[in-house]
Write a protein that binds this ligand. Structure first.
Ligand SMILES: NC(=O)c1ccc[n+]([C@@H]2O[C@H](COP(=O)([O-])OP(=O)(O)OC[C@H]3O[C@@H](n4cnc5c(N)ncnc54)[C@H](OP(=O)(O)O)[C@@H]3O)[C@@H](O)[C@H]2O)c1
Length: 244
């Protein structure tokens, strides 16, 4: 948390965070707000968005909440119409919205479940990024929340693994495409973090061994704050205990 007297290093900047209603996305929202960043927060849960907006208003930052389902191109278009009207541009995009599925071998994984995870974690990242690029300029930053599952596999997590491997490919391609435009693209590869996602994946998982979402958020904000003439391609952060 930035002390009240510290300079707000992201003052006047505008960040969009997908999946900001809880977990890592919400923690990043608080960390960016503490740096004076203006925020566009999305997710599907309107009631949660309203509550967060009230909480963040106390940090004296401008917060726009707008429900958006990243799987739906119309919903993404609608979100960006609002962003263009209210802010005209974006400095920071945090592609964070994501889901997982219960642990099941490929043989037993229902196709609708496979599809939903791919549509959220991979297609959603594509749709939001494509809509954001026309309003991002030199000096901007895109952070794609991948996972350690982007470059290793968890047995029983075929769709999650595939979505995150795909998202890593998208992230790496985007980084090279945007290098000439001076927009940085950072892959976030976090290990186990204590959020609701574990309720689907492994309800009995030992939460005390996991990182706090605030720790991951701090690492993200530190990377964003690095000077514009530095290249940071990924932020890798894992709990120091156990193999989670
Ligand atoms: N927790 C971990 O151990 C861990 C580790 C590495 C990476 N990650 C990644 O971190 C990201 C955030 O996950 P989390 O752990 O913070 O889980 P979480 O607490 O369950 O949060 C997931 C967020 O994604 C949003 N979301 C889900 N589907 C959406 C959709 N179709 N459209 C828009 N928003 C959607 C949810 O909002 P609504 O329900 O309101 O839509 C929620 O805000 C995910 O990409 C996940 O893969 C998590």
């Amino acid at each position: 948390m930035t002390p009240a007297s510290s300079p707000k290093r992201l003052h006047h900047q505008v960040a969009l965070i997908t999946g900001a209603t809880r977990g890592i996305g919400l923690a990043i929202a608080h960390a960016l707000a503490a740096e004076g960043c203006n925020l566009v927060l999305t997710g599907r849960d309107n009631a949660a968005l309203k509550k967060i907006s009230r909480e963040l208003a106390r940090k004296k930052t401008c917060v726009l909440t707008h429900a958006c389902d990243v799987r739906d191109p119309h919903s993404v278009d609608d979100l960006f119409r609002t962003i263009r009207r209210e802010f005209r541009h974006l400095d920071i995009l945090i592609n964070n919205a994501g889901i997982t599925h219960p642990n099941l071998p490929v043989e037993k994984l229902p196709f609708p479940v496979w599809k939903d995870v791919i549509e959220t974690n991979l297609n959603g990242m594509f749709l939001v990024t494509q809509a954001a690029l026309p309003i991002m300029k030199r000096g901007g930053t895109i952070v794609n929340n991948l996972s350690v599952a982007a470059n290793r596999v968890f047995v029983g997590q075929a769709s999650y693994n595939a979505s995150k491997h795909g998202a890593l490919g998208l992230t790496n391609t985007l980084r090279e495409e945007l290098r000439p435009r001076g927009i940085r693209v950072i892959g976030l590869l976090a290990g186990a973090t204590d959020t609701d996602i574990w309720t689907t994946l492994w309800p009995q998982a030992p939460r005390r061994k996991m990182m706090a979402p605030e720790t991951v958020a701090q690492a993200v904000v530190q990377a964003i704050l690095l000077p514009a003439n530095t290249t940071v391609e990924s932020v890798e952060i894992r709990p120091s205990v156990g193999t989670l």
